[in-house]
Structures are given as C-alpha cells and as structure tokens.
Design a protein around this ligand. Structure first.
Ligand code: FAD
Length: 514
C-alpha cells in the first residue's frame, strides 16, 4: 500500500509523519559527508522497502551498512539534527506489516554490523556475545561447537537477535525458560539520541527493560549477551491428535505445569484436512501402531495436534527417557491410534521451518503476501475462543498452519516492554497463512484479511483481554488500549531515550517531532 497515511501519534504532537524530506539533495550530501567505517547507499533500496509480510512498499531514502557501533551512533546523531528524517534498524526484514521500514528515511542494515566473532564464555553462567544483526541460526551453529546452545528459541532461526528481542521470541521452550527476552544478560544500545549505552538487569536497567520487547522504539541493539545452557545431540519429537479441544488444552496445560516432562510443548489446529497422517509418515514420523494409524479417519473434523519434544544425548538416556515419556503419555487423553514419533538431531529440529521454507521457495510460495495474525489469549477464555474460531470463523487451514500452545508467564520477567494478558497462563495462537490467487484454489489476501478481522472483532465483542503479539495498529486509541495502564510509562520512556521520535517509524506508534 504505497503512500499510506500514518494515523499514529505522539501524545504531545499531532501532525502526520509521512512528510517528504525538506530537500533530498541536501540530505544526500549531508549523509554522504559523514565520516563512517561503513557506507551509505541511495540507490537499490528496493529490498529495504518491503518485508516478509509482502503487503507494503515504502522505500527509504538511504540505507546505512554500518561496520561499527560508532557508524550507528554517528548516523543517529546526524539524523537528530535534521528536521524530519526517521531511522529503522532492519534485521532480517521478517516483519509482517512494515515494522522494519522507514519511508523516505534511513534504514540501517543490521546484518552488515560484524559480530566481533561470536564470543562464547563457558562458566557457571555461560553466555555468548553477538552483534544485534546476527542470525539465530549462526549463533546455534557456533555455540554447538562448544556443546552449548541458547535455551529459548523461535520456530524459525533465520531472524536476527535485534529483531526477535524487539518483540519477545516465543516458541515451545518458553513455558520452561521464558521467551528470548528473558534469556539476555546484557545489551549494548545506541539510543535515539545517538548515545552508546551498556545495560543489564543491574546497570541502566530501565533502558534494558524498555528495549526488550520494546518494538525498536528506544534504541538500536548493537550487541547482546545471550544466556547458554548444555546442548543436547538429539531430540525425540512426538505428535498426537485430539478431536476434543478441552481435552487437548487440559493436557497441554498439564504438561507445561511440569518442568521436567518435556523440553518443548506446542500444538496446532487441523481444520478440514484428510491427508494429515500420510503427510507425517512421509516426513519420517513413524506411528506407534501402524495398523491402527492406517484405520484412522478424520472425516473432515477439526483436530488438534499436541507436539512435544524430549532432548537426549545418548541411546542409554533415550531409553530411560522413553520409559518416562510412556508414563507421561499414558496420563494424556489423545486418540490412541494417532501417536507418531521421530528422532532427529537437535539442529534439524530447531531449523525445521527452514526445511519448509526451501520447499515453499521451490514452488514460488515463499514470497507471497503473509497476512499473519498472532494473538495472546488468557487461559480463562480459550475454550470460548476455540469453539467460535476453529469451528466457525476459520473454515480451513489449507493456506498455512495455525499454532496454539499455552505458556506459563509466572517465570517471565514482568519488567520488559512486552504486553501480555493479565493471567498467569495464556495461549499463543498464530494464524500463519500464505495468500494465493483464488484461481489456485486457496484463499486470497482479501479473504484472509477479512477472516482476521472477524477473529479480532469476535475477541473485542467478547471482551476477552486478548493482546496481539507482533502487534500492528492504525490508531493511537488502539495503541493505548494495547498498552493499557502501561502506556504512560512506555510513552515517558520514549520521550527519554528517543525524544524526537526518530526510531522505528514502521511500528506507527509515535511520530517524528520536527
Ligand atoms: P525485522 O523485521 O528486521 O525488525 C523487526 C522490528 O525490530 C522492527 O521494528 C525493527 O526496526 C526492529 N529491529 C530490528 N533489529 C533491531 C535492532 N538491532 N535493534 C533495535 N530494533 C531492531 N516470532 C516468535 O516470537 N516466535 C516464532 O516462532 C516466530 N516464527 C517466525 C517464523 C517466520 C517464518 C517469520 C517470518 C517470523 C517469525 N516470528 C516469530 C516473528 C519474528 O520474531 C519477528 O517478526 C522478528 O521481528 C523478525 O526478526 P527480523 O530480524 O526479521 O526483524
């Protein structure tokens, strides 16, 4: 949607922000004259004008490829001295609605910022120091060489540290270790004023907590110290099916209440599909009872798949695990003929979505619009939500997966900027469709956007205290309502660390002061 109007506003300012720069050639030459180790380009900005969501085209004026923290700081200070330029740190550009774009502003390509080597510290508290533009897959590969690994992940690893820490970084390990923002010891930040600040729980803690889950509003993460734990060699990966949502969610909640049951707990919804078990077989999942599994028929019913993983290092440990796992599974109420399992390496498991990406790319189905919707739903409302949404509003998931799993936030750090529902247990429900032309038999973008709107309207009418994850709003009223009583603190911190509203304009929360 080129040239859309930006409706969001700073509490103290009320003019639109998509202003053209006062004089582009002056801006070019002033940026060009900066003394940098890296470089700035003004052409070939196409890639930085879009994101994974593939719905917005908002070209920047320039792209900085920084080679040092001082480059980032120099450019931030310079932009503070202009009248209306903005800056977006761009990680891997896997946002969905233009959050990493800066229309007619400057995009900082964070992947250019070199890691000073990925530095691993082994000790009582092991950690790794990485650049904010480092991809999680590279961190995994490097840390595995020392037998260590980060503890908390996203389902997809071709994302940057700065990009996921600006949101939360949630996956099936989050019930146990908290999201990725819970697993950071220290950050180096370039604030909206161009100051370089090191911060942690104890040092400059307000900035530390503001930036974590802070939607890029307070500063640019140039370095992060990530907590590490022992890495397993292998994982046992198990899937079972339910036709009754309340049994499914009861079992998920039971499993996340036990720290030592599984190392990963997720789940997904299957609506109007008949081929599901055959798909699993072809992807090397084996049924525990193949005769019974072949007799299973879903008859188009909505099904719920519980997905759990147990880490192990040796065959001996695996057989001990198997006894415990069997006991745990015997406590669950899944459909008995639908138990499937697989054993893969830890890295194969963690990098699983990349395997799916390669297949989709080969079919030309990766670079299509992605009208994704991620919601955090309080436990007390999940039955109502599932009943209405999975058996009414959403009539198929042919366009992409629908993930659903609970997390227990009693262990999560409550001081970060992340906004979650006000209950200890809430569910992440992620609708992850790819829009395709109607002629190909799937649902197109318009249809999927309407469906998202129906889900959101239902949540609002039912007064569910649902929060969007990776939030996207058009109006100030919606942002205020998202933050609730924490809005004033968020706005006050914005004023402190980025008083001119330079950073992350694509989130559409604040506008650049002139
Ligand atoms: P970008 O899209 O480049 O940036 C995102 C935001 O962060 C922007 O506002 C940007 O300005 C800001 N930003 C980027 N780098 C920095 C920095 N160094 N300092 C400060 N601000 C910065 N999320 C989950 O939690 N769990 C998942 O399982 C998960 N799976 C995903 C799977 C896929 C296929 C995709 C496309 C996304 C998934 N996400 C998931 C969402 C993902 O975590 C976010 O979209 C994340 O922001 C993407 O990282 P990125 O490096 O591409 O960030």
């Amino acid at each position: 949607i080129p040239g859309r109007t930006n409706l969001c506003s700073n509490p103290s300012v009320s003019t639109p922000i998509d202003l053209p720069p006062s004089n582009p050639s002056d801006i070019h030459s002033s940026l060009d004259s900066l003394d940098l180790e890296g470089y700035i380009i003004f052409h070939d900005v196409h890639n930085a004008s879009k994101d994974f969501g593939n719905r917005y085209q908002l070209p920047p004026l320039a792209i900085l490829h920084p080679k040092s923290v001082s480059d980032v700081s120099t450019v931030m200070r310079h932009i503070g001295s202009t009248t209306n330029l903005t800056v977006a740190a761009r990680g891997h550009g896997h946002s969905l609605q233009g959050q990493a774009l800066a229309h007619q502003g400057v995009v900082i390509n964070m992947e250019s910022l070199p890691s000073p080597g990925i530095k691993i510290h082994k000790g009582k508290q092991s950690y790794v120091d990485v650049s904010g533009g480092e991809l999680w897959i590279n961190i995994l590969r490097e840390t595995l060489k020392t037998g260590l690994s980060p503890k908390s992940w996203t389902d997809y690893l071709h994302l940057t540290v700065g990009g996921t820490l600006s949101n939360a970084g949630i996956s099936g390990q989050a019930f146990k270790h908290g999201p990725q923002i819970n697993n950071v010891y220290q950050l180096e930040i370039v604030t909206g004023k161009g100051e370089v600040v090191t911060c942690s729980q104890k040092r400059n803690s307000e900035l530390f907590h503001s930036v974590l889950g802070g939607l890029g509003q307070f500063g640019i993460i140039t370095r992060a110290r990530i907590s590490l734990g022992p890495a397993p060699h292998m994982v046992k990966w198990i899937r079972v099916l339910y036709s009754d949502f309340s049994a499914f969610s009861r079992d998920q909640e039971h499993l996340i209440s036990k720290d030592n049951a599984f190392d990963y707990v997720e789940g997904f919804v299957i609506i109007n599909r008949t081929d599901i078990l055959n798909n699993w077989r072809s992807s090397s999942f084996t049924p525990s009872d193949s005769t019974k599994a072949s007799q299973f028929k879903s008859h188009g019913k909505t099904l719920y798949c519980l997905e759990v993983v147990k880490y192990f290092n040796s065959e001996e440990a695996n057989s001990m695990n198997n006894q415990e796992t069997e006991k745990l599974l015997s406590e669950l109420s899944y459909i008995p003929s639908t138990l499937f399992s697989s054993e893969v390496t830890y890295i194969e498991f963690l990098d699983r979505v990349h395997t799916a990406e390669m297949k989709l790319r080969a079919k030309g189905l990766w670079e299509v619009p992605h009208p994704w919707l991620n919601l955090l739903i309080p436990k007390s409302r999940i039955l109502n939500f599932a009943d209405k949404v999975f058996n009414g509003i959403v009539t198929s998931n042919h366009n992409g997966p629908i993930l659903i799993y609970p997390v227990n936030q009693s262990k999560w750090n409550k001081h970060t900027s992340l906004i979650t529902p006000n209950e200890d247990i809430f569910y992440l429900v992620a609708f992850l469709p790819s829009a395709v032309p109607k002629s190909s038999g799937g649902n197109d973008l318009e249809y999927l956007l309407r469906q998202n709107q129906r889900v959101l309207s239902f949540c609002e009418e039912a007064n569910m205290d649902v929060k969007q994850y990776l939030p996207h709003y058009e109006t100030q009223r919606e942002w205020r309502s998202h933050f609730g009583e924490r809005w004033e603190t968020f706005a006050k911190r914005k004023h402190k660390y980025d008083p001119l509203g330079i950073l992350a304009p694509g989130q559409r929360i604040f506008r650049r002061a002139s």
